[in-house]
Ligand binder design. Structure first.
Ligand SMILES: Cc1cc2nc3c(=O)[nH]c(=O)nc-3n(C[C@H](O)[C@H](O)[C@H](O)COP(=O)(O)OP(=O)(O)OC[C@H]3O[C@@H](n4cnc5c(N)ncnc54)[C@H](O)[C@@H]3O)c2cc1C
Length: 380
């Protein structure tokens, strides 16, 4: 088992993850490749009264690690049992690898928008997938987990609450393709798109999962035309069924700048949200709400629209559907929409971003907050 201590060659590289805005300085990094490595690291930390932190991809880092950091990124084995339609994935597995392995058997995981996210960290937060309105939370499809307890013993459990997970078993769903993609609308259409999307989501079948993102695209060469430098409304759609074109017609009628909707293999589902795959520093928070009234749409446009003082990616997700049966303890089944705010951190630091997000959330009557979509270190 490989380990790193501060100053050693490879220490910084092992700590580096997708979120670059958190500066961890663990006393010891344990590069785990087996459950026994994880158990050994936990016992080592317990004997020295050091905190244990776990990192797979680093997408969801919330606080700097200062004790023992267990790096699981090399634990990426995936096994699919096609008969029971169950996947067993090791702690560091990303959704991309599970998508490919499951597709070989005509199956799909309840993965999310970005294939680079870790399956275990995602599921620990509930797991809001591209098929969420049809199948509910990914966590509700978990069959069992292999967990290292705080005492350093390895146990099999269905309780994801405590300990370090070394492997997870979850049910897959019989999905090979979907109708999905995005409609990208130009800046002057933002209010109309927000209102139309809200009205459209009042009566959609559970086979359709959708979100709406307002994205301030920077005026940089890496951003493709015609989106570069514009504040875009991006409607994202993932639908199981052959009536997709009919269902999206009211939004298409608004005249998108770019239309990527098509039937695609589920393995291409990362193209729907098309999130940037490069590591960067970001701060994000969210609220869950039961209704999306005009006053909330006004607040969104004021605090995360084209005139907002801090550039913010604002995402509204439609919940409902199978989410009303969600069993996760911190999820309120009456939730209808999420409002997520995410801003890239620059040299001005986190304070202006925290202030901007607080102004956005202040007028909302929130019914909850999802830990999955808390990024970096918001204040509360
Ligand atoms: C671009 C992007 C897209 C996303 N899309 C979605 C989405 O569509 N749906 C959704 O629900 N979420 C989504 N998320 C949120 C994501 O699920 C969380 O950030 C999740 O925590 C990431 O897990 P990770 O293992 O990749 O990240 P890491 O930062 O490596 O881990 C995050 C945290 O999970 C815990 N953890 C990780 N592995 C273990 C383990 N083996 N045992 C115990 N604890 C562990 C630790 O507390 C760790 O700090 C997205 C995030 C990003 C940045």
């Amino acid at each position: 088992m490989q380990t790193f201590t501060p100053g050693q060659d490879g220490y910084r590289e092992e700590i580096a993850g997708f979120q670059t805005g958190i500066e961890s300085a663990p006393k010891l990094v344990v590069v785990a490749t087996t459950a026994d490595d994880v158990a050994g690291a936990v016992r080592h930390a317990a004997a020295r009264d050091l905190a244990v932190a776990v990192q797979a991809t680093g997408h969801g880092l919330r606080a700097p690690a200062d004790g023992v950091l267990i790096s699981t990124r090399r634990m990426t084995n995936v096994e699919i049992d096609p008969v029971s339609a169950v996947a067993r994935v090791e702690a560091g597995t990303t959704w991309g690898k599970v998508l490919e392995a499951a597709a070989e058997h005509g199956l799909a995981p309840l993965s999310g928008s970005a294939p680079g996210v870790g399956a275990v960290g995602y599921t620990l937060g509930g797991g809001f997938s591209l098929l969420g309105r049809r199948y509910g939370l990914a966590a509700d499809h978990v069959r069992s987990a292999e967990v290292v307890t705080a005492e350093g013993t390895i146990e099999r459990t269905t309780d994801l609450g405590d300990g370090v997970i070394t492997a997870l078993e979850f049910r897959l769903v019989p999905v090979t393709s979907l109708y999905g993609g995005g409609l990208y609308f130009d800046t002057p259409k933002l209010p109309e798109v927000l209102h139309t999307w809200r009205d459209w989501t009042a009566d959609l079948p559970d086979t359709l999962t959708t979100s709406l993102a307002l994205i301030p695209y920077p005026d940089l060469p890496m951003v493709r035309e015609p989106l570069r430098g514009k504040h875009i409304a991006h409607v994202r759609v993932a639908h199981l069924g052959d009536d997709g074109p009919r269902l999206v017609a009211p939004l298409r009628a608004l005249g998108p700048l770019v239309d990527t909707l098509k039937t695609m293999p589920f393995t291409d589902s990362g193209s729907i949200a098309a999130e940037p795959p490069h590591p960067h520093a970001y701060l994000g928070d969210n609220r869950v709400i039961a209704h999306l009234p005009d006053t909330t749409i006004d607040a969104i446009l004021e605090h995360a629209g084209p005139g907002a003082p801090v550039p913010t990616v604002l995402i509204v997700d439609l919940l409902g559907g199978a989410y009303v049966h969600a069993k996760a303890p911190d999820f309120n089944p009456d939730s209808r929409y999420t409002i997520r705010a995410l801003s890239v951190l620059d040299e001005s630091g986190p304070d202006p971003v925290r202030a901007a997000h607080a102004k956005l959330f202040a007028p909302l009557t929130a019914t909850g907050r999802l830990r999955s979509f808390v990024y970096g270190q918001p204040l509360s």
